[in-house]
Design a protein around this ligand. Sequence first.
Ligand code: CP
Ligand code: NVA
Length: 309
Amino acid sequence: MTTKTIKHYLQFSDFSRDEYDYLLHRSAVLKGKFKRYETWHPLHDRTLAMIFEKSSTRTRLSFEAGFHQLGGHAVFLNTRDTQLGRGEPVEDSAQVMSRMTDMIMIRTFGQEIIERFARHSRVPLINGLTNEYHPCQVLADVFTFYEHRGAMDGKIVTWIGDANNMAYTWIQAAEIFGFQFHFCGPKGYQLDPARVAASSRPFVKEFEDPRAAVSGAHLVTTDVWTSMGYEAENEARLAAFKDYMVNAVLMAHAHPQAVFMHCLPAHRGEEVSADVIDGPQSVVWDEAENRMHAQKALMEYLLCGRLDD
Ligand code: CP
Ligand code: NVA
C-alpha cells in the first residue's frame, strides 16, 4: 500500500474552484501551444497506462495524443488482453502497473473499482468514465463554455435525459462553479436524491416539463438514453425517453445565446435532432477537441504541479 499522498482525479469534486481556475487557464495556454505547433515536453520519458473496460473513441485518442504531445508515451490496455480480464485483483494490478508507469487512466464500471485501484496505486489515477461519473468530460465542457461564453457563475445549465454519469458530474460542477443545474427526465430515470450531496442541492432544480427546464438556459445538454453497461434496458429506455429529444422547438425556449453540448457519441433522432446537433448553437466539435487540451492541463498538473510558462 502506498504511504505518500498521491493526488488522483476520480470525481469532479476532487478539485477545488481554485484548482479549476488554474486548469481552465492552463488548458487555454496548452491549446495555444498546440495550435502554434510549439514543442512542449514537460512529461518527457513519462509513461501513461490507459485501461479500458468499455469502448471509447474520444477518451482513448485524447489521452494518447495528449500524453504524446507532452513528451510522454501512452500504453493502451483492455480487459480482454490483460490479466484483469482473467480475474487478477484490482489491488494487485494497481501495485504492478503503478510501479512501471507515471500515471494511469481507467474507464470501467463501478466507481468502487477505481477507488480500490487508487488506494493501491503509487501514481496519480484518472477516471476516464465510470457508471457514476465522467469528470474529464465535464472539465472539457466547462472549458468549452468559458471559450464561447465566459464564466459559468450564475448561469443555467439544463440537462434533458437520463440521470447518468454525466448528469451527476454536472451536479458536482454546479456546486463548484456556482451555476444552476436544471434536470429533466422521465419518471423512473430521475435523479436519486441519495446521490446528490446536501451541499449541491441548492444548485439543482428538477423539472417535469422540458420546456420549463430549458427556459432561460445558457447551456442545454443531453446524452445517450442508454449508457454503456445498460444495453439490456435499451428498448424500455427508448419508450420512456421518447418525449425528451432536444430539438429546435425546445431550444427556442432557451436563452437566445444558449449553446448546445453533447459528450458524444450521439444518436440523431433520439436524444437530439439533427438540426440542433448540426446547427449554429451546437459546440460539440469544439467540446470533443477540448477533451485533449483540458486533459493535457490535468495530466501536467498531476505530475508537475502549477506551471506558468
Ligand atoms: N465522450 C466520450 O467519452 O467519448 P468516448 O466514449 O468515445 O471516449
Ligand atoms: N453516458 C455515456 C457517456 C459516453 C461517453 C455512457 O456512459 O455510455
